[in-house]
Design a protein around this ligand. Structure first.
Ligand code: ZN
Length: 369
C-alpha cells in the first residue's frame, strides 16, 4: 500500500495510479499549473459546438440528471446560462431526507421542468441488498440509475443531449483514455461504480428483467442521445460548485455526514454513508481521505495538517446508519458485520497481537483501525 506524497490517497483506490515520482494521477491532472494551462475559452467554444451539433425535434434541448445538491444546482445554472431548455431528471433515493427535498425544490425553482423518478421500492430494496451482499457496493442501483435513467428519458422524448456534471475519472484518478468529454459505455463500466456489472447481471428470483428497466441502458440503435460531462468544458471544483449553488439557495448542514465536507452527500439518510464506510474494509481509506485530498490540491490544507486531522479524528463505526441500513434491507446487524468482513482486504489488513484488525502499512502510525 503506497500513498501519494502530494495528497493522501492510497494506491488501493480504484483507478488511482501513483507514479515513480510518488505523485498520483489525480494530483497530476488537477495540479493548478495544468488547470491554468487549459484554454477554457476554447473549451467553452467546444461546448457550444457540442450543443449545436445535435438538432432537436423535442420540446427540450437536453436531459439534466439532478439530485438538488451543489453540482447539479451549478450544472442547471450553467445550461440555463447557455440558453438551453433542460428536462431535469432525478432518480429518487429510497431515503431522501428533508434537506434533500428542500434543495431539490430550490433547484427546480431556478427554472426547470422536472421528473422525480421513483423505482418500485420492493425491487430496489432487493437490488440494494444483493448489491451489498455480493459486491459490498450498496449504491450499485443508484449508480446504474443515475447514468442510465436519463438516457432512457432522452430516448423516450427524443431529446438529443444528456448533460452530466463531473467526469470522476479526472477528479478522483483514472486513466487518461477516460478523461473524455463524452460518456461512453466503456467509461460507464470502468467508472460507474457498479463493479463492472450491468442491470442484467442482477436478475434474480426476486428481481425480474422488467423490474430492472430503470437501471438498464436503453436501445439506442434508432435514436442515440449524446452524453457529455459539463466539467470537461468549464472549470470545475467542488468548492466552486458549492459557492455558486449556495449563492442560489442551496442549504447545507453544519456538520459533515460522511467525510469532512458538510456540503457533500447531504440529500439522504444512510445509503451513502454505508457505501463510503465499506471502503475502509476494501481499500483502507474512507470519504475523509477523498475530501481532504481535494482540499490539499486546492491549497486549502497542507498534507501534514490533513494527516493530523485523521489522527485526531479516528474512524468511527457509523452505527446509527448501519442500524437504519439493516432495517431497510432486512438483515440483522450481525449479518451486516459478517458480510462486511467478507470484503476486508487481507492484503492491507492484518490482526494485531491483541487480535484487532489493523492496517499493515498505515499513512501514519496512529491511523490503524
Ligand atoms: Zn495525489
Amino acid at each position: 500500500m503506497r500513498y501519494c506524497k502530494n495528497c493522501i490517497l492510497p494506491s488501493t483506490r480504484p483507478g488511482l495510479k501513483i507514479g515513480s515520482d510518488g505523485v498520483c494521477n489525480a494530483c497530476k491532472t488537477n495540479s493548478e499549473s495544468l488547470i491554468n494551462e487549459i484554454d477554457w475559452g476554447e473549451r467553452e467554444k467546444e461546448f457550444i459546438k457540442a450543443v449545436n451539433s445535435v438538432s432537436s425535434n423535442s420540446n427540450w434541448d437536453c436531459v439534466l440528471p439532478v439530485s438538488g445538491g451543489k453540482d447539479s444546482t451549478w450544472a442547471l445554472l450553467k445550461v440555463l446560462e447557455y440558453g438551453l431548455k433542460p428536462l431535469c431528471v432525478t432518480w429518487k433515493t429510497a431515503k431522501r431526507n428533508n434537506l434533500g427535498e428542500q434543495n431539490l425544490q430550490n433547484l427546480i425553482s431556478l427554472g426547470a421542468d422536472h421528473i422525480d423518478f421513483s423505482v418500485n421500492p420492493k425491487a430496489e430494496r432487493a437490488f440494494t441488498r444483493d448489491a451489498f451482499v455480493r459486491s459490498g457496493i450498496p449504491l450499485i442501483p443508484m449508480h446504474l440509475a443515475i447514468y442510465n435513467l436519463p438516457i432512457r428519458i432522452a430516448t423516450q422524448f427524443n431529446i438529443p443531449l444528456v448533460v452530466y456534471g463531473e467526469n470522476s475519472a479526472i477528479e478522483y484518478g483514472g486513466e487518461k483514455k477516460y478523461h473524455t468529454q463524452e460518456l461512453t459505455k466503456e467509461w460507464l463500466l470502468r467508472f460507474g461504480v457498479n463493479d463492472g456489472t450491468t442491470a442484467q447481471d442482477w436478475i434474480s428470483s426476486e428481481i425480474s428483467e422488467k423490474d430492472l428497466l430503470p437501471y438498464t441502458t436503453p436501445d439506442t440503435s434508432k435514436f442515440c442521445p449524446k452524453a457529455i460531462f459539463l466539467s470537461t468544458f468549464f472549470q470545475w471544483s467542488v468548492f466552486k460548485t458549492k459557492e455558486i449553488a449556495m449563492q442560489n439557495g442551496l442549504q447545507v448542514p453544519d456538520i459533515a455526514k460522511s467525510g469532512t465536507h458538510s456540503f457533500s452527500d447531504i440529500d439522504e439518510e444512510f445509503l451513502v454513508t454505508i457505501h463510503h464506510w465499506l471502503k475502509w474494509y476494501k481499500f483502507g481509506f474512507t470519504r475523509k481521505w477523498d475530501n481532504l485530498s481535494l482540499e490539499i490540491r486546492a491549497n486549502k490544507i497542507s498534507r501534514d495538517k490533513a494527516i493530523q486531522y485523521l489522527v485526531n479524528n479516528p474512524e468511527e463505526v457509523p452505527i446509527n446508519e448501519i442500524k437504519d441500513f439493516c432495517h431497510y434491507i432486512e438483515i440483522s446487524e450481525n449479518q451486516f458485520f459478517e458480510y462486511s468482513e467478507k470484503f476486508r482486504n487481507r492484503d492491507i489488513w492484518m490482526k494485531s497481537n491483541l487480535g484487532k484488525w489493523i492496517i499493515k502499512e498505515p499513512l501514519h502510525p496512529k491511523i490503524l483501525n
